[in-house]
Design a protein around this ligand. Sequence first.
Ligand SMILES: [Zn+2]
Length: 195
Amino acid sequence: MAKQQFLHIRTERIHQQGLDIEEVLSKEMLTELLYEPSRELVWSCVQDGQLKANILPDGNTYRLDGDIDVTLTTPCVRCLNDVVVQLSAKLHMHLMPGVEPSLVDLELDESDDLDEDLRADEPDVGYFQNGVVKLDLIVREQLFLDLPIFPTCEDSGFADNRVCEFTSVMLGPTKDAVWPDPVKEKLAALRKEMV
Ligand SMILES: [Zn+2]
């Protein structure tokens, strides 16, 4: 039970001067938080991360600002080697009373990028419900928004500038190999007909 309540902030704890939150995001907690039922994106956590945030009352709503620092790993979508991504994500959000973020909201948000330029500086909108801010879900949503959708070796924070192995594997046969050229083949066929 205690684990489930982690990062669930009761709004009664948020006083007029605001509430500072500083928490270690354990490897286990982050890996669980980023678990995605469809398994299309499999991120796991390399080391403990950190969350620093401040929630400030604003009428009946709240302002949430914060930083999330995590180091995550997932297979490269091309060569399947591990990609390690060090991510510093920013929270800049207006929390309104309403429904909690869910996978459905996440998908809607991602498809809704047409007016992204217009609202670049605007705070995102998040929700709290029944007097509880579910910061874990907000962190999850922000991480998925900021993580690469198709992670490759180029996203990796490895210091050795490792080359994606897909490149060397898929460069194909040596230069002696002859690739059929559809245009030239058609021309050759035409020429045959004309002769
Ligand atoms: Zn790769």
